[in-house]
Design a protein around this ligand. Structure first.
Ligand SMILES: NC(=O)c1ccc[n+]([C@@H]2O[C@H](COP(=O)([O-])OP(=O)(O)OC[C@H]3O[C@@H](n4cnc5c(N)ncnc54)[C@H](O)[C@@H]3O)[C@@H](O)[C@H]2O)c1
Length: 437
């Protein structure tokens, strides 16, 4: 544990980013005031319960949370303002949901206003959410100034986009280089102190906060485009009988190439929404972005490709019967409990729309769905298709016994969208067809 000067830090929003970040500050010796508006989540956290799959050097996040609560140095609060009043610095990690066809900034704006109102002399407000360019200037700096608190003199304001990948949060909070932007030197210096309390990776600073905001948005857009390339490569490789994962493995031996992998689509709040953060910025300058739009459309179309293939196979092997599809993995990516904007859930919905019966399992995803159960054996029993959509260790262990697949209908398709069954297994011996994306 660090011997750095005691720091009192508020973390507003205890979700996928805020919870592990608040615990990383606690691990580094800070007194932490975590504010979470959702009473159910707050109650679970107060009992030491979290569904997140993070761990730090083998210690699960729930155990770290319980240690933090027991220490008396980690406090859970409902109000952002109360957390800010108890602290020297406030880190805001409230997300921006997508509703209808637009981004809803109201939660984030509300949180920033509450924090700015409560911030006393010398308080730092550090925004870590991913935001459309211009948000920090308008909704943080602008509000601080509007409240009559001189930015950079009475209250410090800065922006530090979060870059962690879920599942590696603790390691990456400490080691991932970060971007830090502020409108004035004093805020930048104070933010550097607070960020480096946990982060030992490099800190790239800028006085262009808009550049910092854009850098995060384009990191996400770049991953979306990269995955779209992999999806199109996968289709072309399949048609030619070439193993796409082998192509990617070989291409990535080049030091300046990093192709991502194809899958059931692109999910979560970060990547699929990234373009909606970027487009208004481009459109304001009358700049067209056909490449980025095409990539987004490619990724958005993948769940339908998968669902259509499953239904077609079921109808081919059992004409006249209602297609029955088993789905393994509902999370938006492998080894995650995050089912927000999850392509596997979209696949399930498309299958239901096509008249199929769907039986899905995912031990890590806490949400309930009418088509979700707990038992993999229940899911595969008599299914015409088994879809492997996002990996979970428990399901991988279950699948490691090939005899479990004997419960599938003879001639069933095993559709592997995440290269689960790495060495193409000899499913033909079991009377099954194997298809890997
Ligand atoms: N999930 C990731 O792996 C990841 C990675 C990098 C960046 N990000 C970005 O970080 C931000 C947060 O993402 P997340 O996945 O942690 O979101 P999240 O929805 O899991 O967490 C945000 C939390 O803030 C709470 N909240 C909202 N308003 C509040 C208020 N006024 N006071 C207190 N709590 C409030 C919500 O109830 C929620 O629990 C987003 O901008 C996201 O794009 C996320």
């Amino acid at each position: 544990m660090s011997q750095a000067a005691p720091l009192k830090v508020a973390v507003v929003g205890l979700g996928f980013v805020g919870l592990p970040l608040s615990l990383a500050y606690w691990q580094s010796g800070a007194e932490v005031f975590g504010a979470e508006i959702d009473p159910n989540l707050r109650h679970e956290l107060s009992q030491g319960i979290t569904h997140h799959l993070e761990s730090d050097e083998g210690k699960p996040i729930a155990a770290i949370l319980r240690d933090a609560l027991d220490s008396g140095r980690y406090h859970l609060l409902a109000e952002a303002a109360a957390a800010t009043r108890s602290s020297d610095a406030t880190i805001v990690t409230v997300g921006i949901p997508h509703r209808g066809d637009g981004l809803d900034l109201s939660l984030l704006q509300g949180a920033l206003r509450q924090v700015a109102q409560a911030a006393g002399q010398g308080h730092l407000i550090l925004l870590r959410s991913t935001v459309p360019p211009g948000t920090t200037r308008r909704d943080l700096l602008g509000v601080v100034a509007e409240l009559g608190k001189r930015p950079g003199v009475e209250v410090y304001a800065a922006y530090c986009p979060e870059r962690i990948a879920e599942g590696r949060a603790f390691h990456e909070f400490r080691n991932m280089p970060v971007i830090l932007g502020a409108f004035d030197e004093a805020s930048l210096e104070r933010a550097k102190e607070v960020v480096s309390f946990v982060t030992h990776g490099g800190i790239a600073t800028t006085e262009s906060v808009e550049a910092a905001e854009l850098s995060k948005v384009i990191e996400n857009v770049q991953r979306d485009v990269n995955i779209a390339i992999a999806q199109e490569l996968a289709r072309a490789c399949e048609a030619a009988g070439v193993d796409v994962f082998e192509v990617i493995r070989l291409a990535n031996t080049h030091e300046r190439v990093h192709l991502l992998e194809p899958g059931p689509g692109v999910g979560g709040f970060c990547l699929p929404l990234a373009l909606s953060y970027f487009l208004p910025f481009a459109e304001a300058g009358h700049v067209e972005t056909p490449t980025l739009l095409a990539a987004r459309n490619t990724n958005a179309a993948v769940p339908k490709v998968l669902a259509d293939r499953a239904v077609a196979h079921a109808k081919a092997i059992a004409p006249g019967e209602r297609p029955r599809v088993a789905v393994f993995g509902l999370a938006m990516k492998d080894y995650s409990n995050d089912a927000r904007l999850s392509p596997p859930i979209e696949v399930c919905q498309l299958l239901l729309d096509a008249g199929a019966e769907v039986r899905a399992v995912d031990p890590a995803v806490p949400q309930t769905f009418p088509f979700k159960g707990d038992d993999p054996a229940w899911a595969v029993e008599g299914a015409h298709v088994l879809m492997l959509l996002s990996r979970q260790r428990e399901l991988e262990s279950w699948l490691a016994d090939p005899s479990h697949m004997l419960a599938l209908r003879k001639g069933a398709l095993v559709a592997d969208a995440r290269n689960w069954l790495r060495q193409a297994p000899d499913l033909a011996e079991l009377g099954l067809t194997y298809w890997r994306i």
